[in-house]
Design a protein around this ligand. Structure first.
Ligand SMILES: *[C@@H]1O[C@H](CO)[C@@H](O)[C@H](O)[C@H]1NC(C)=O
Ligand SMILES: *[C@@H]1O[C@H](CO)[C@@H](O)[C@H](O)[C@H]1NC(C)=O
Length: 137
């Protein structure tokens, strides 16, 4: 009886996943906030150039966000330009965890770009707190 109930729950969850998206296990909305005190340009793209977001200017104190489905091997990089400075940063990969355990909710992830580098947090918390620097300019 109990086993059957679990079977039904799992089947229901599976069909929900398959119906909502054929490949993605869950969805993430990634925010990139610009705190360098100047406009920057970011070019976000996925694995093999898929889901290319094009060049986006992020004005000072503004943010850029995009949403994507996550499956095994999902990867996004961001190329950043700040004046004469350039950096290429892995914005999403298997080392970046935004997952809170609820596949039915869009997960949120935050990057903060400041003159010291590229900081990451699962929550849009007060800086520096638990923000982790993952790259520099
Ligand atoms: C994106 O912006 C950078 C910096 O301004 C520039 O060097 C690059 O050529 C641009 N790429 C495209 C595809 O417009
Ligand atoms: C993060 O929090 C700050 C301060 O409350 C707010 O100004 C900003 O818009 C938030 N950013 C995002 C991406 O939600």
């Amino acid at each position: 009886m109990d086993l059957m109930f679990h079977g039904v729950v799992i089947l229901t969850m599976l069909s929900f996943c398959i119906a909502s998206s054929p490949n993605s296990v869950y969805f993430v909305r990634m925010y990139v906030s610009n705190a360098v005190g100047d406009n920057i340009v970011v070019h976000v793209s996925g694995k093999n150039g898929e889901d290319d977001q094009g060049n986006q200017t992020i004005y000072s104190d503004e943010e850029f966000d995009w949403k994507f489905g996550v499956k095994l091997g999902t990867y996004y990089k961001g190329e950043f330009w700040w004046g004469s400075k350039y950096a290429s940063v892995g914005l999403f990969n298997s080392h970046i965890s935004c997952f809170d355990g609820d596949i039915f909710r869009v997960q949120r992830c935050y990057w903060l770009v400041n003159p010291d580098g590229f900081w990451y947090n699962k929550h849009n918390a007060t800086f520096p707190g638990e923000w982790e620097r993952r790259a520099t300019w």
